[in-house]
Design a protein around this ligand. Structure first.
Ligand SMILES: CC(C)(COP(=O)(O)OP(=O)(O)OC[C@H]1O[C@@H](n2cnc3c(N)ncnc32)[C@H](O)[C@@H]1OP(=O)(O)O)[C@@H](O)C(=O)NCCC(=O)NCCSC(=O)CCCCC(=O)O
Length: 320
């Protein structure tokens, strides 16, 4: 029996749902990553999915900034890396403006710098570099971990529904999970180890999940798939730092910086395995690194992020 079929206490998990129709166009490409051009090199984005923290989702800001950067780059060049700092919390109630600076146009590389702005102040600064597709005598990659295919695993939503069915669940946790269900993220996730997800076990800070954009994007536009992957890469990423601790009350958790390297072509609307670990945490910060694998074992992209993690102080028991 595989781990997702029966939990340790013998409760059966719900059956895997049938595959939903994926004919609908992904909202990421029809709305979130569609920027309105306001002036030369100046764009406006729409806010969509808002995390429980009520600050703008970092992945949305990175994805939109990368779309803005890519607009001034020829179709023969592909984003191979990006580096960014989140310098202020994004306000979900107002749109974000993206101001693109054409830093350099070379024969093989182009570099762009983008400032994401709200109320005249930067909320993110991003640099992205684009490269001509060139042959290479050097070619290597690690091997993809062996995991069950996504078709054999439960979706995040079904796992949440299962956890919500538990009678002894804390009210606050219940409310949090209900809010997650009500506010549909435009990404589909299937965790490889459901017990890790429901925080019923503490483990090494390492986890894997299958992920893809909801809906259909289609073949062809690699520029767009890269921007969608940038959006996806910030989801369930920093939380990996918390996995080796029993559930703690988080006061503030926010990505501080984020970097990505794109290695091979992929489709962000097809399942990719996100392999994430946190090699270090300290000083109210934590580091996470991730690899996005195509399901045929090709390494599509690598990511790295440092985030701020402030916990609420434990109650002073001597005063009780
Ligand atoms: C807040 C950032 C990181 C900078 O902080 P700081 O320089 O401290 O800014 P301040 O404006 O001075 O303070 C902000 C806030 O923090 C309190 N504060 C400051 N220092 C301390 C301290 N030493 N101890 C405790 N508290 C402190 C200060 O009082 C303020 O509190 P407030 O008045 O109540 O606000 C800033 O750079 C920032 O916010 N950057 C943006 C980060 C961000 O938005 N990242 C992207 C979003 S995170 C994300 O998307 C992850 C989503 C994951 C979704 C999923 O996986 O499910």
């Amino acid at each position: 029996m595989s781990e997702h079929e029966e939990k340790e206490d013998g409760d059966p998990l719900p059956e895997c749902p049938p595959m939903v129709s994926r004919d609908l166009k992904s909202i990421l490409v029809t709305s979130v990553l569609q920027l309105e051009e306001i002036d030369v090199g100046l764009y406006r984005g729409k806010n969509h999915w808002i995390p429980l923290s009520r600050r703008l989702f970092g992945g949305q800001i990175i994805g939109q900034a990368l779309v803005a950067a890519a607009k001034s780059v020829g179709d023969h060049l592909y984003a191979h890396s990006l580096h960014c700092y989140f310098v202020r919390a994004g306000d979900p109630d107002i749109p974000v403006l993206y101001n693109v600076d054409r830093v350099r146009d070379g024969r093989s590389f182009c570099v762009r710098s983008v400032k994401a702005i709200q109320r005249g102040e930067p909320i993110l600064v991003l640099q992205a570099s684009f490269h001509l597709d060139q042959p290479s005598p050097l070619m290597h990659q690690f091997s993809m971990p062996e995991v069950p295919p996504p078709e054999d695993l439960l979706s995040l939503e079904d796992l949440i529904r299962f956890v919500l069915g538990k009678p002894d669940l804390e009210q606050k946790v219940k409310q949090g999970f209900n809010k997650v269900l009500a506010n549909e993220v435009p990404i589909e996730v299937r965790p490889v180890n459901p017990l890790q997800f429901s925080r019923e076990v503490t483990t090494e800070p390492k986890r894997m999940f299958w992920v893809r954009a909801r809906g259909h994007i289609g073949e062809g536009n690699m520029k767009l798939h890269v921007c969608v992957a940038a959006y996806i890469s910030d989801y369930s990423f920093l939380g990996t730092t918390m996995m080796s601790y029993p559930a703690k009350r988080v006061k503030m958790m926010a990505s501080l910086d984020h970097a990505m390297w794109f290695h091979n072509t992929f489709r962000a609307d097809e399942w990719m395995l996100y392999e994430v670990d946190s090699p270090w945490a300290g000083g109210s910060r934590g580091l996470v690194q991730g690899r996005l694998w195509r399901r045929d074992g090709v390494l599509a992209a690598s990511c790295c992020q440092e985030g701020l993690i402030r916990l609420t102080a434990p109650k002073d028991r001597s005063k009780l």
